[in-house]
Design a protein around this ligand. Sequence first.
Ligand code: ATP
Ligand code: MG
Length: 244
Amino acid sequence: MGEAIAVLSGKGGTGKTTITAAVATALASAGERVLCIDCDVGLRNLDISLGAADQPSLSFLDILQGSYRLDQLVSHPVYPTLYFLTAPMNSAADDIDPEAFWAMIADARRRFDYVFLDAPAGVDAGFRLAAARADRVLLVTGSDPAAVRDAGRTGQMLELMGKTDVRLIVNRIWPKLVSSMDLTVDDVMDDVGLPLIGVVPEDHNVILAAAFGKPLLEYTKRGAAAACQRIAKRICGMPVKIGL
Ligand SMILES: Nc1ncnc2c1ncn2[C@@H]1O[C@H](COP(=O)(O)OP(=O)(O)OP(=O)(O)O)[C@@H](O)[C@H]1O
Ligand SMILES: [Mg+2]
């Protein structure tokens, strides 16, 4: 039975989609069967981070409506064990039947080793869809005070929802400031009150890879790509050091 992993943040633009795609491709390149689901209803962009924006794709609504089944998904052009479902563009998250969505996740967990749920910003319907039945949560934050405050609140909400396996990722750390940032990462962990699973550097290759239509790990193996590869290993239970 596979695991459903929700990638969340309170604040928008912290890097959920970027990290979902990079960690998912890292796991798929190690041979794991991975399904990524874009839960950002109306504003999807996970397909871009996966370097698959020009591929024909199904939305998760196609599955919920019974038009297609999960065993009919076509794999990613580069990673044969990676699959994805986009978010429907002409619906609102409130229109999605949560029970049907969670039944799809339960089915996906039987078919895949990892099911990633890339949540939208905020803590509304899309957040609840992604978080409610996830086995574990990756909470992505920046190190700036607004992101840290939102991550702290989101962590409290997840606790109220009974989520026990919640790990923090601090994204967009400047490598040149790493010695002084060590302190900042500790501060972020203390402020948010959650254990860390990874830190990801600020890396212009994230933007370049998307601009060239490539998955980050196909574009480079260094920087943010290497950090996401380490996070993938930690998800698999490997004792990989946290660090840039
Ligand atoms: N480590 C990084 N280095 C440089 N740029 C990054 C990094 N992580 C994310 N970005 C950039 O930040 C922007 C937001 O990233 P992304 O879309 O992954 O965030 P998000 O949390 O999914 O946003 P939203 O809340 O809108 O869904 C993108 O332009 C992305 O290229
Ligand atoms: Mg996103």
